[in-house]
Design a protein around this ligand. Structure first.
Ligand code: CO
Length: 143
């Protein structure tokens, strides 16, 4: 079950100048900056109520974010939903005919397991499911 919007992923060309905008322009505070090797990105997190903003800067031309920036420029890249059972969430989506990018979760930013649905199946919104890596919600085993 989806429990809340966890974060919005925002593609940026340069994380330092983007962080400066969110800090000086909006008065938000950057929680931390982290490199996520699996996605070839550098991420910066801001907490806004219960929701986070996840700024994403590519660390390589092969990064999915580099390809996104080339095609679309900077902007909203994905919406991430927290779920109490990531594997079941994926199985249910797949059973409903939704195309998955990943059928198994993998380690993402913020010590979470993540998996994505294909935007062709989600009305144009790249959709992420996520769950804390150390929670029962993140269990990969299928029953
Ligand atoms: Co994300």
């Amino acid at each position: 079950m989806i429990t809340q919007i966890d974060h919005l992923g925002i593609a940026v060309k340069n994380i330092e100048t983007a962080v400066e905008y969110y800090e000086k322009g909006l008065g938000l505070e950057c929680e931390h900056i982290e490199v996520v090797e699996s996605q070839k990105v550098r991420t910066a997190f801001f907490k806004v109520g219960d929701v986070h903003l996840e700024l994403l800067e590519p660390t390589s031309p092969e990064s999915p974010i580099a390809k996104f920036l080339e095609k679309n420029g900077e902007g909203i890249h994905h919406v991430a939903f927290a779920t109490d059972g990531i594997q079941k969430q994926l199985a249910d989506a797949s059973a409903a005919g939704i195309r998955l990018i990943h059928d198994k979760p993998f380690p993402g930013a913020g010590d979470k397991l993540v998996a994505f649905l294909h935007p062709k199946s989600t009305h144009g919104v790249l959709t992420e499911f996520c769950a804390p890596a150390d929670s029962p919600a993140a269990t990969v085993a299928e029953d």
